[in-house]
Design a protein. Structure first.
Length: 306
């Protein structure tokens, strides 16, 4: 009766990795329990998540071919676009969110167009807007730009509105840090940069005031939800964002956080389920309204007493 913070399956967003083929499940070695899924298998996973009361999934695509412009990201027959259509057919009640970025689709692994050996912010915006629009046309409810290019929320909002998708929401990766916690994800999404790193466009882990400026900019450009990523090592940022803006806040319990708990649990060093729930509750306590987590199904089962 006096508990101050609650955790429910309704607070969870379940990430899925979508790859080519049919009836395929390719386990991710560094993320036990996570796999690259073909479109049909991802739709089945979506149905399972819905049955557990999880209200939303977020989709990451792994295309058959990659190029310098990430053209598969905005192809009408891309794996994510196919998955959206099938999921909305099979589980219309499920909110389908899509990751909007080019890193999974480019042959160099960076989040934008390369000019003179570096990512060119402005020329990337048009491609991100095309990707978001292709997702909206396929039926996505929310698009989630994760690239950290300046001005991308405004460019995407403008493109969506001009094409009649005024009700498609934007969940902006507003404060995304250049973190070492992303390692396992890059295996899962096959998105490791082929040269350099992403520090020129992701945030310095030492900065929190900058995070507030980034969030404010995305809100002004039309974001409906703002995200902090990663979650565990940045709970102070989650708290400050929620306190300052009072906006819907998402936090991403990222791959490295997941894999550390899984590895320690597998070795018997910790009680995996107890730590999982403690971590998720801490993210809620810091102020996150929604949590993107690979633990979503496991946590939902526990919350349902299964």
């Amino acid at each position: 009766m006096v508990r101050e913070t609650s955790l429910s399956p309704k607070n969870l967003i379940y990430p899925l990795f979508i790859g080519p083929g049919k009836d395929k499940v390719q386990p991710v070695s560094s993320m036990p329990g996570v796999a690259q899924l073909s479109v049909d298998r991802a739709a089945r996973e979506c149905e399972e998540a819905s049955a557990l009361g999880i209200p939303a999934v977020i989709l990451f695509g792994i295309p058959e071919r990659k190029d310098g412009a990430g053209s598969e990201a905005y192809a009408d027959d891309g794996v994510v676009q196919q998955a959206i259509r099938l999921m909305k057919e099979k589980t219309p009640e499920m909110l389908v969110i899509t990751d909007v970025c080019l890193c999974e689709y480019t042959d160099h692994g960076h989040c934008g167009v390369i000019r003179n050996g570096d990512v060119d912010n402005d020329s990337t915006l048009e491609l991100l807007a095309k990707e978001a629009l292709s997702h909206a046309r396929a039926g996505a409810d929310i698009v989630g730009p994760s690239d950290m290019m300046d001005g991308r929320v405004g460019a995407i909002r403008k493109s969506l509105d001009e094409n009649g998708f005024t009700h498609t929401a934007i969940m902006a990766y507003a404060a995304k840090y250049a973190s070492g916690f992303y390692g396992p994800f890059r295996e899962a999404a096959e998105s490791t940069p082929q040269f350099g790193d992403r520090r020129s466009y992701q945030m310095d882990p030492a900065n929190t005031d900058e995070a507030l400026r980034e969030v404010e900019m995305d809100i002004r450009e039309g974001a409906d939800i703002v995200m902090v990523k990663p979650a565990m090592a940045y709970l102070d940022v989650v708290y400050r964002v929620k306190q300052k803006f009072g906006y819907p806040v998402a936090a991403y319990n990222v791959s490295g956080e997941y894999s550390m708990i899984k590895a320690a649990g597998a070795n018997g060093w910790i009680d995996e389920q107890r730590i999982m729930m403690e971590v998720l509750l801490s993210i809620r306590r810091a102020g996150a309204d929604m949590i993107l987590t690979y633990f979503a199904k496991d946590a939902a089962r526990l919350l349902h007493g299964k």
